[in-house]
Write a protein that binds this ligand. Structure first.
Ligand code: SF4
Length: 376
């Protein structure tokens, strides 16, 4: 059997950011203890889905895993280690926010086996941070970044957003340069997406503000070119890494490998079945208290869906899709099956085939969704 990855969800945050539509909740601290008890139970109940398969990556995401007492995180890691065959070189990541990192937590994460930290900065401009509901300042970020390094984490990702409220190109350049200066091994950059139901969405609608697409693309391309100058290789639409520091967990998803998700709202994809857990924390806990798996959705993907998802995820990678691999995996002739679509997209300079890989062009990066939709 192939390797598999594990995702573990923490749904708690100290404060809800104004742009966030993730399954994360503030003011639910009274549920933390029960939640992690349920999480342990879920892992045990579902252990047959993994069996003896080797675990190549583990990712604790959220929410804010660093917000809760590290004893909960360590406990879950202990269960994963005792129940599953985790590769000794596995990449084990925890997401952390600047305001909740402490020396003690970092030490506990290190002892538990974490070897990668993903930090949410989003902007180095304190006014912008306030406007998007972040509760840390840039200075707070810096004062928690250094302890991560001192604790022995050399593999650190920093998340940065662009097209934030009132953000000018120069504001973004300043933020990017601040991040480049501290030289993390990995940088993820995303443009702001206004998600319905968020505070920012309501605010933009109420005040008739729209995101300036031209400026958004300027920021994105500035970012690509600037990071290249500093030896960050873009390996995915939104992700850049120093050599050897690409996120193996994310790569396994884009490579369409199996992963299993534990925790509320966690999704997994295993043996061609996609499963998503309930997102309401109380429902999640109640189901497990009744020895029921808290599954909200379970879909067996048919061959058409599988190929569509494979292409969609594969196109996110800068190196694109290995044509031999997709042919072998699905027993198809990719270039023949999609001949007309590929020709059309090539004529618009959105995709190319080089070294037997089908990938987006530089122009195509701006139209990734348009290209992907062609194959779904
Ligand atoms: S810290 Fe992250 S998960 Fe929590 S509210 Fe903010 S963006 Fe959402």
């Amino acid at each position: 059997m192939n390797n598999i990855s594990i995702y573990v969800h923490t749904p708690f945050c100290k404060h809800k950011c104004y742009y966030c539509d993730f399954a994360s909740f503030a003011n639910n601290e009274d549920l933390i203890n029960e939640y992690y008890k349920s999480l342990k139970k879920e892992i045990i109940l579902r252990k047959d889905e993994i069996n003896s398969r080797e675990i190549s990556t583990v990712y604790f995401g959220g929410g804010t895993p660093s917000y809760v007492d590290s004893k909960y995180i360590v406990d879950i890691m202990d269960i994963l280690k005792s129940e599953f065959n985790i590769n000794k070189d596995a990449e084990i990541t925890i997401e952390a926010n600047p305001e909740s990192i402490t020396d003690e937590k970092l030490e506990n994460y290190k002892i538990a086996g974490f070897n990668r930290i993903s930090m949410g900065l989003q902007s180095a401009n304190n006014d912008t941070l306030k406007k998007i509901g972040r509760i840390h300042t840039y200075e707070k970020f810096l004062s928690s970044y250094e302890p991560c390094k001192s604790a022995g984490f050399d593999n650190i990702n920093v998340d940065l957003m662009f097209s934030l409220p009132n953000e000018t190109l120069n504001d973004f350049i300043d933020s990017l340069e601040e991040v480049i200066m501290i030289s993390p091994s990995h940088i993820s950059t995303y443009s702001l997406i206004l998600e319905e139901g968020t505070k920012l969405y309501d605010n933009y609608r109420k005040n008739n503000i729209i995101i300036d697409d031209t400026l958004d693309r300027k920021m994105y391309h500035y970012c690509i070119n600037k990071l290249k100058e500093y030896d960050y290789e873009q390996y995915e639409i939104s992700n850049f890494a120093k050599k050897g520091y690409e996120s193996r967990h994310n790569m396994s998803c884009w490579d369409f490998e199996d992963y299993i998700g534990f925790g509320s709202n966690a999704s997994g994809f295993n043996n061609n079945i996609r499963k998503t857990n309930k997102s309401n924390i109380k429902d999640y806990i109640n189901d497990l208290n009744n020895d029921t798996l808290p599954i909200m959705e379970k879909t067996q993907l048919n061959i058409k869906d599988l190929i569509g998802e494979y292409i969609m995820l594969g196109l996110r990678k800068i190196k694109g899709i290995d044509i031999d691999k997709i042919n072998k995996k699905f027993n198809i002739d990719f270039t023949d099956t999609y001949k007309d679509k590929i020709e059309n997209l090539k004529n618009h300079n959105l995709v190319t085939i080089e070294d037997n890989h089908f990938r987006l062009t530089y122009k195509g990066l701006d139209f990734a969704n348009t290209v992907m939709v062609e194959f779904i």
